[in-house]
Design a protein around this ligand. Structure first.
Ligand SMILES: [Zn+2]
Length: 276
């Protein structure tokens, strides 16, 4: 296969994969179905494009909250009206950089769960995400469904992904999110021993659905109002995510929410292995 085709195939596979609370079929098997290809096919309106114009949001913002140091998932406790903005599946040029620009305008940081393969393909962008002060996480090397693999194969994927993102960003990778949120207790415990905090999801924006940016914003805000706080799942590989982000952040600010910045703190206590 030509290099261009190979890269396109990788990008397409990852773009189609997304991350859902419910398990999705293997990306390779879904490429032929129009319902899966559709998400990127929705045309953005002129109003959507206008909303995404970052320059409109210059100025003083009050959205930045505290920096929360976490050594384990148990430390990741949010107060009422606090959110974490997490972005999976990138980095990808033309999209991740837009997300970074919007976060910068609002003075907030996110947590980027990178696919190792994507970080390898776009190391400058991966490094920029880290240099901007965002929390860096891994999302396996090839967006594998770890629950469907044997334990050893799954941990190989985890290690390869962590190494690839570390190399690309030039930083330690201290957060992790399961593709398709497909986890199990043994894998979660083993990942914790690799100095990575497993990031769960409280609010799924479903930005990978074939829907408008307005619908994504409304769904996310409705879920958040019910819950009061939480880790929001988004994907920096989709055009609609950068398009809806300024509106989402404006709404969060208007309703008094704060965006928490995550930092990893290495635990001095040995990781409890008894639960394995
Ligand atoms: Zn994902």
């Amino acid at each position: 296969m030509h290099r261009f085709l190979a890269l396109s195939a990788i990008a397409l596979t990852v773009a189609l994969a997304g991350c859902a609370t419910t398990k999705q079929p293997e990306p390779d098997k879904t490429i032929k179905t129009s319902s899966v290809i559709a998400p990127e096919g929705k045309k953005l309106t002129a109003k959507d494009e206008e909303d995404a114009d970052v320059s409109r949001y210059e100025g003083w913002h009050h959205l930045a909250g505290r920096t929360l140091e976490v050594a384990s998932l148990a430390d990741l406790k949010l107060h009422d009206k606090e959110v974490v903005l997490s972005f999976d599946d990138g980095p990808i040029p033309g999209r991740t950089d837009k997300v970074l620009a919007i976060l910068d305008k609002f003075g907030v940081k996110g947590a980027f769960m990178m696919v190792g393969q994507m970080a390898e393909l776009h190391p400058e962008l991966a490094r920029k995400v880290a240099e901007d002060g965002n929390a860096i996480g891994s999302h396996t090397y090839r967006h594998a469904d770890l629950a469907a693999l044997g334990f050893d194969a799954a941990m190989k994927e985890v290690a390869k992904g962590q190494l690839a993102v570390t190399k690309a960003t030039g930083e330690d990778v201290n957060f992790f999110r399961f593709p398709y949120l497909a986890d199990n207790h043994k894998l979660r415990a083993a990942i914790a021993t690799r100095d990575m905090v497993v990031m769960d999801v409280d609010i799924d924006s479903k930005d990978y659905f074939n829907t408008t940016p307005v619908a994504v914003t409304q769904r996310t805000m409705n879920l958040l109002r019910k819950r009061g706080r939480g880790i929001i799942l988004m994907h920096d590989i989709h055009k609609r995510t950068a398009t809806m982000l300024p509106t989402l952040l404006s709404k969060l600010e208007a309703e008094g929410y704060k965006v928490v910045t995550l930092k990893f703190r290495k635990s001095s206590a040995p990781v409890e292995m008894a639960a394995l």
